[in-house]
Design a binder for this molecule. Structure first.
Ligand SMILES: CC(C)(COP(=O)(O)OP(=O)(O)OC[C@H]1O[C@@H](n2cnc3c(N)ncnc32)[C@H](O)[C@@H]1OP(=O)(O)O)[C@@H](O)C(=O)NCCC(=O)NCCS
Length: 191
């Protein structure tokens, strides 16, 4: 089970909630993953907010103490929006991304009923990951981060999110929810 601040420690990997002291690592990772590909990077105001105010649902993955991936997300009422998922090139194709997603899903499982993602059409790995969580592609938003920017918007809806939660329960990654009272009553009545 994952707790805030100390999330997961698996053979050299640690996934933790973001905290103020992670600011410089995040800025560096943005450059390493997105800047190196010629993509725009997040500005310091945004990253500072994630580290200082939204760390409850934002995660950093370290391998042997080295930052290797991160996930940024925001929760509003019963919805989550995962805005960034990134792994440094040398750790792509490893368990890093799965550990980050596991920490994220565990953190929102009892807080929300659905979750949004946005992704570029050609980002097959990210689209495959979203689909593996049960997300459905809902459409394309044009002019998303600028006039020529286009993003696919996908969503884990309430039905898919309930399935995802059940999967996490079966895997022992989340506590099982107690039976609803109505179900318990009807069960007793049939015994
Ligand atoms: C997106 C990202 C986080 C994925 O992490 P990763 O470690 O590269 O992911 P993996 O290699 O484990 O691939 C994830 C899944 O996608 C599948 N996949 C990868 N490339 C694929 C492709 N070209 N076509 C179809 N499926 C693909 C993999 O098979 C894997 O599924 P599996 O676990 O069932 O085998 C990582 O590539 C990254 O940081 N990219 C740059 C930043 C970015 O684009 N982030 C997403 C938008 S914010």
């Amino acid at each position: 089970m994952f707790d805030r601040d100390q999330i997961a420690s698996v053979s050299g990997y640690i996934v933790k909630n973001l905290e103020p002291s992670d600011f410089a690592d995040l800025m560096h990772l943005e450059e390493e993953v997105f800047g190196a590909e010629g993509e725009s990077t997040l500005g310091p105001y945004y990253v500072r907010l994630c580290c200082d105010f939204f760390g409850q649902h934002c995660f950093l993955c370290l391998h042997d103490g080295k930052p290797v991936g991160y996930l940024l997300s925001f929760v509003r009422e019963r919805e989550a929006y995962c805005t960034t998922l990134a792994v440094v090139p040398e750790f792509q194709g490893t368990r890093t991304v799965h550990l980050l997603l596991r920490a994220f899903v565990s953190s929102i499982a009892d807080r929300v009923d659905s979750c949004w993602f946005t992704v570029k059409e050609d980002n097959k790995a990210a689209r495959a990951l979203h689909a593996s969580l049960g997300a459905t592609e809902m459409g394309v938003r044009t002019g998303f981060y600028g006039p020529d920017d286009e993003r696919i918007v996908s969503k884990i809806d309430a039905v898919a999110f309930a399935k995802l939660r059940s999967r996490y329960e079966r895997l022992g990654l989340l506590e099982r929810r107690s039976r609803p009272a109505a179900v318990a009553v009807s069960y007793e009545a049939t015994v």
